[in-house]
Ligand binder design. Structure first.
Ligand code: AMP
Ligand code: MG
Length: 395
């Protein structure tokens, strides 16, 4: 009995799992971007091309964590107050001029380097403890100088930060391959780096295809109409190219927007071949199906290879990965396209976008991301925990 299919998603043949497709993709691509040195502020969002090793301790010196008095712990009485002469002052950026002698206190402020100590002599050691000013009383001493009275009970080493407490010299603080975030730039700055080796942005070319597709970016949308004017029957504005180009830009690519190609095999082949000469990645929208107006796959096969094109994802197939020469090619369907809300119990609840179908672009804007379901899953009961990939984390 012959069976008619009323489901345009009902492909024959095996579909490839997303995991297998990703593994295949990772195995085939190689790094093409060259490293370049850039000034620290320009490195935001770039991929680091070197390990960053701290050349110095951070902080570079032991320093005070509070406003108070630096003392030698061993000078303090354990059973009552201690009175010490105040012999100097140390502020952040203005260390004590010379070593601090045993039996003295130095007025010190937050961030100031701890004074150095007596380097020799039977007492030796270094000032190792800071008394908070709230626990001290400073007054005139008997010989015209100032003295400070210190309450007992402090611990050795209190209120001071050790040199290298944050970062030890020689530690790898950033690793090659990571995308640089604002805090990473701060970390690099903290060890004194002014330039970083990063990879040049990946050059990506983006095309749309389709005789019905018009460019909203052009004053003349290809048919004499203003962008917000009448498009003409059966014509649509190109939304995919803008989305794809913006996603690639967000990933740090240098994007070439190569416009809209007609549903014409020769024109597509010519444009793809040219793009492959000076780009590291080509992404297209539309024309990937098996219809007689879908020419992208044939064009890529003529120029190179299509490795797979039937992915077990829905909606959104057919999606293809191939190569033109050594340049990876990703072919996306013309019709690209669930929501997250907080449940009353605080657990996020994903709602499937109410209108089905790969062409419902509003779902991409109103949706917050994608839910990943196993290929073998045919039904999803309400209340099942699912993996959620937020659009904001597509990076
Ligand atoms: P295709 O994958 O070329 O068969 O296109 C499938 C459908 O996606 C077409 O019928 C169009 O309505 C839509 N489409 C194709 N290209 C675009 C585009 N660049 N922007 C928005 N919609 C598109
Ligand atoms: Mg088309």
């Amino acid at each position: 009995m012959a069976q008619l299919s009323d489901d345009c998603f009902a492909f024959g043949g095996d579909l490839m799992t997303t995991a297998a497709a990703l593994a295949d993709l990772e195995a085939r691509v190689e790094r093409v971007a060259e490293p370049e040195a850039v000034a620290l502020p320009s490195a935001l969002g770039r991929i680091l091309a070197e390990d960053i090793v701290a050349g110095r301790d951070v902080p570079p010196n032991a320093n005070s964590a509070v406003d108070g008095y630096a003392v030698y712990f061993d000078d303090l009485a354990s059973d009552g107050p201690t009175v010490l002469p105040v012999v100097g002052r140390a502020a952040a950026g203005h260390p004590l001029d010379g070593p601090q002698a045993r039996g003295t206190a130095v007025r010190i402020f937050t961030g100031a380097a701890m004074p150095t100590g007596e380097s020799s002599g039977e007492k030796g050691g270094v000032p190792d403890t800071v008394m908070m000013q709230e626990d001290c009383v400073e007054r005139d001493g008997p010989d015209g100088g100032r003295v400070v009275e210190i309450a007992p009970g402090i611990k050795r080493g209190a209120n001071q930060r050790e040199a290298g407490e944050d970062i030890r010299a020689g530690t790898t603080i950033l690793k090659a391959g990571q995308r640089l975030r604002p805090q990473d730039l701060g970390l690099a700055a903290s060890v004194g780096r002014s330039r970083l080796m990063v990879y040049a942005p990946l050059k990506a070319a983006v095309f749309s295809t389709g005789d019905e597709v018009r460019d909203p970016l052009k004053g003349d949308a290809g048919n004499g109409a203003e962008p917000d004017g009448d498009l003409g029957e059966g014509l649509i504005y190109d939304s995919n190219r803008v989305t794809i180009a913006a996603l690639l830009a967000q990933l740090g690519c240098a994007v070439s927007d190569l416009g809209i190609l007609p549903d014409d095999r020769a024109a597509i082949e010519t444009a793809l071949e040219a793009a492959a000469r000076d780009h590291a990645l080509i992404v297209t929208s539309g024309g990937m199906s098996v219809g007689e107006e879908d020419h992208v796959r044939d064009a890529v096969e003529a120029l190179g290879q299509v490795h797979f094109w039937r992915l077990a994802i829905k909606p959104g197939r057919p999606i293809a990965l191939g190569q033109i020469g050594r340049v990876p090619f990703v072919g996306l369907p013309g019709n690209p396209v669930a929501r997250i809300e907080m449940g009353s119990d605080g657990v996020p609840v994903a709602h499937k976008f109410p209108r089905d179908g790969a062409g419902i672009l509003t779902s991409m804007v109103e949706a917050d991301g994608l839910v990943e379901l196993p290929e073998e899953m045919t039904r999803l009961k309400a209340g099942t925990m699912v993996d959620f990939l937020p659009f904001s984390e597509v990076s």
